[in-house]
Design a protein around this ligand. Structure first.
Ligand code: GTP
Length: 597
C-alpha cells in the first residue's frame, strides 16, 4: 500500500463514552468481520475486560476502506486503555499513530480522562478529530459539548463528527474524516529497518507476539532482527497484520502496523519502546523510546491455604508472561506465611490482577493493605526504597522519609465541589488550580499518593454521588512526616498489619484498626492486648477479655461421638488460624482488618 493510502489512528475517550462501541462499528462497517464473527466488542478480548467494560491491553486492527475519492485505504486502529492506571500504555499506543479520534459522549461532556488523554495526543503531535457520540440520547447537547471542547481543550469543533456508535449513525462520516483529515505516515522503504516495538503479549500457540509499527525499511519473514536497546538478535518467523484475526503477510513496509513472532519465550524480553532493526544493516539511531513503566503501588499476596503457594507462584508467572508492568517477588510474613510482594501500576491494576488470580486460577488470596514506594534516607547517607512497611528499619537510623505525590485533576458538578475540596484537604491535598468547564468545576490538586491508594477514589465517588471524574499523573517525591504504625497482638507485632501513615493521621488509624481487631479476634482462655505503636510508644489499645469455658463442656461429657465431631471441626478451623505467640488469629480477621473503610 502506498504511504498516502495509510492512516494510523487511535481512539481516545473517557471511560464509557463509547470507544469500544465505535471501534466495533468501524470494523463492522468496513467488513473486516462477518456479522457472525462480530462478537460483542471484538477489541476487548479478555473475559475480564469484557465483564468490567474496561479496555486494558492496547489492541490493534487493520481496516480496509474504499473512500469517496475512489481509493482504498488501509486504516490501522490502535485501541487504547481508558483508565488512569494505564496512562503509560496510552502513550505508547499514541506514539505509533499520526492522529486520534477524540470521542466525547454528547450527553456527558468533557471528563477528566478526556483531558488527560487528549493532552497526551497533543504531546504526540497528533491531528485530532473531535467525535461527538451518543447523539441518539435525548440528553445529548451537541452545541454545549462542542463549546466545552473549544473552551477547555482549544480544538476547533466546526467540523466535529456527530454520531451514534450504538445505532450506527454517521459511521461513514468518521471513516471519511480519517481519510481526509489525518496525515498519512512518512518513512523511507530503502533506509535501514526501524520499527517501534509497541506492545507484546504471550500466545500459547505462537509464543510471544510483538506488535510493531514500521517507520523505515521493510520487515520480512526470515530476517535477522536486533532489538537495539536490549541488544538481542532474533530471526523473524511470521509477519502479519490484524484483520482483526492474525493474518500472515509477506512483509511490512513504512507506515504499516502489524505483528511478528520470533521464537521469543517471554514478554519480559521485549521492552516496549525498543527499536527493531536489521542485524546486518542496522539503523544508526534508535527511535525515541518510552520511559519504562514502574509499579507505584505494592501489596503482599498470600494464599489463604498454605498448600496453594506453588500454584500461586505458577499463576503469577503466567500473568507476568503477558503483563510486563506487573512485578512480584517472594516474601514471607510471620502472620501470613509464604507469599509474594507484588507491584502494580495503580489500584485498578491491583484489583484486576487479584480478580484474575481468583477467577482464572481459582486461588483464595489475602492481600495486605496497598502501600506506595517510600524513599528512606538513612543517617549514613544511604537511600533505600521501601515497598513493604514491615521492612522499615529502626527509627534511629532514618534521617528522613520521602513519599510520592501525584497531580490529580478532578471534574465535578458545582453542587458537590465543597465536599470534594474538603476530601482533598483532609487528604493533605494542595490546591493548584480551580477553574470551570461549562457548569462543572475542575480542581487540580497535588496529593500524597499514600492518601489516594487508601480509599480516595471510593470516597470521591461517594461524596459526589458518582459524578466526579478523576485522573492523575505522578508528580515527584517530597519529604513527609511519616511514621510506621505496628500492630501488636499480645505484645507480638503482626507484620502483615503494619502500615505507614502521616503522623497527624496515625492516632486515628491506629485506634480504628485496634477497635476492629477487637471484634474480629475470638476470645481465648487468657486476656489479649491489642495495641498500635509507633516505635516503642503505644498510641492505641484494646483488650479482649478471657474466656474460661471448656468448649466441649456443653456436650454433657457423655456423648463421645458428638464430642469427637466437635473436636474435628475445631481442627478444621485451626487450619484457617494463624498462631501468634499464644494467640490464634483467624484468617478472616486479617482479611477484615486489612479491608479499610
Ligand atoms: P471503556 O472500554 O471501558 O473505556 O469504555 P468505552 O469508552 O469503550 O465505552 P463502550 O463502547 O463500552 O460504551 C459504553 C456504554 O455506552 C455501553 O453501554 C454502550 O452500549 C453505550 N454506547 C456507546 N455508544 C453509544 C451511542 O452512540 N448511543 C448510546 N445511547 N449508547 C452508546
Amino acid at each position: 500500500t502506498p504511504l498516502a493510502q495509510i492512516r494510523n489512528f487511535s481512539i481516545i475517550a473517557h471511560i464509557d463514552h463509547g470507544k469500544s462501541t465505535l471501534a466495533d462499528r468501524l470494523i463492522q462497517t468496513t467488513g473486516a468481520l462477518s456479522d457472525r464473527e462480530m462478537t460483542n466488542q471484538v477489541l476487548d478480548n479478555m473475559e475480564l475486560e469484557r465483564e468490567r467494560g474496561i479496555t486494558i491491553k492496547a489492541q490493534t486492527v487493520r481496516l480496509s476502506y474504499r473512500a469517496k475519492d475512489g481509493l482504498t485505504y488501509v486504516l490501522n486502529l490502535m485501541d487504547t486503555p481508558g483508565h488512569v492506571d494505564f496512562a503509560y500504555e496510552v502513550s505508547r499506543s499514541l506514539a505509533a499513530c499520526e492522529g486520534s479520534l477524540l470521542v466525547v459522549d454528547a450527553s456527558q461532556g468533557v471528563e477528566a480522562q478526556t483531558l488527560a488523554n487528549v493532552y497526551q495526543a497533543i504531546d504526540a503531535n497528533h491531528e485530532i478529530v473531535p467525535v461527538l457520540n451518543k447523539i441518539d440520547l435525548p440528553a445529548a447537547d451537541v452545541p454545549k459539548v462542542k463549546q466545552q471542547i473549544e473552551d477547555v481543550i482549544g480544538l476547533d469543533t466546526s467540523d466535529a463528527v456527530e454520531i451514534s456508535a450504538k445505532t450506527g449513525l454517521n459511521i461513514e462520516g468518521v471513516l471519511e474524516a480519517l481519510v481526509t483529515r489525518l496525515p498519512p505516515p512518512t518513512g523511507d522503504a530503502d533506509a535501514p529497518l526501524k520499527a517501534l516495538l509497541v506492545d507484546s503479549w504471550y500466545d500459547p500457540y505462537l509464543g510471544v507476539i510483538i506488535l510493531v509499527r514500521v517507520k523505515d525499511g521493510r520487515l520480512r519473514r526470515g530476517q535477522k532482527i536486533r532489538m537495539m536497546a536490549q541488544g538481542s538478535v532474533h530471526t523473524v518467523e511470521q509477519v502479519g497484520v490484524f484483520a482483526p484475526k492474525l493474518t500472515p503477510v509477506d512483509d511490512l513496509g513504512p507506515g504499516e502496523m502489524g505483528y511478528i513472532t520470533a521464537a521469543i519465550k517471554t514478554v519480559a524480553d521485549c521492552n516496549v519502546g525498543d527499536t527493531l532493526t536489521e542485524d546486518r544493516h542496522p539503523a544508526s539511531e534508535p527511535l525515541p523510546g518510552f520511559k519504562p513503566s514502574v509499579p507505584v503501588v505494592w501489596c503482599g499476596l498470600y494464599p489463604v491455604d498454605a498448600d496453594d503457594f506453588e500454584k500461586l507462584r505458577d499463576s503469577l508467572g503466567k500473568l507476568r508472561l503477558n503483563d510486563a508492568s506487573f512485578h512480584y517477588e517472594a516474601e514471607t510474613s510471620a502472620a501470613l506465611g509464604f507469599g509474594f510482594r507484588c507491584g502494580f501500576l495503580g489500584l485498578l491494576h491491583l484489583e484486576i490482577i487479584q480478580e484474575r488470580l481468583s477467577r482464572e486460577f481459582d486461588l483464595d488470596l489475602i492481600a495486605t493493605a496497598p502501600s506506595v514506594v517510600y524513599r528512606l534516607h538513612k543517617t549514613n547517607g544511604e537511600m533505600m526504597e521501601l515497598h513493604n512497611p514491615a521492612d522499615m528499619p529502626d527509627g534511629s537510623v532514618i534521617d528522613r522519609i520521602e513519599e510520592p505525590w501525584i497531580k490529580a485533576t478532578i471534574l465535578v458538578p458545582d453542587d458537590y465541589l465543597g465536599s470534594v475540596l474538603t476530601l482533598c484537604s483532609e487528604r493533605r491535598g494542595q490546591q493548584v488550580d480551580l477553574t470551570y468547564v461549562g457548569n462543572r468545576a475542575m480542581a487540580v490538586y497535588r496529593l500524597p499518593l499514600n492518601e489516594v491508594v487508601f480509599d480516595f477514589y471510593d470516597r470521591l465517588k461517594s461524596v459526589s454521588r458518582g459524578y466526579a471524574s478523576f485522573d492523575y499523573t505522578m508528580d515527584g517525591y517530597a519529604d513527609g512526616d511519616l511514621v510506621r504504625i505496628s500492630i501488636l497482638v499480645n505484645h507480638e507485632p503482626v507484620d502483615a498489619l503494619s502500615f505507614i501513615a502521616h503522623r497527624a493521621a496515625a492516632d486515628n488509624r491506629g485506634r480504628a484498626i485496634c477497635a476492629k481487631l477487637k471484634d474480629l479476634i475470638p476470645r481465648q482462655l487468657f486476656k489479649i492486648a491489642i495495641q498500635a505503636a509507633i516505635g516503642g510508644r503505644v498510641i492505641a489499645r484494646e483488650t479482649i477479655g478471657a474466656l474460661s469455658k471448656d468448649v466441649t463442656a456443653k456436650c454433657y461429657g457423655g456423648d463421645i461421638s458428638r464430642k469427637r465431631k466437635l473436636l474435628e471441626k475445631q481442627k478444621e478451623g485451626k487450619k484457617r488460624m494463624r498462631q501468634f505467640g499464644r494467640v490464634e488469629i483467624p484468617q478472616s480477621a486479617f482479611l477484615a482488618a486489612l479491608k479499610m473503610d
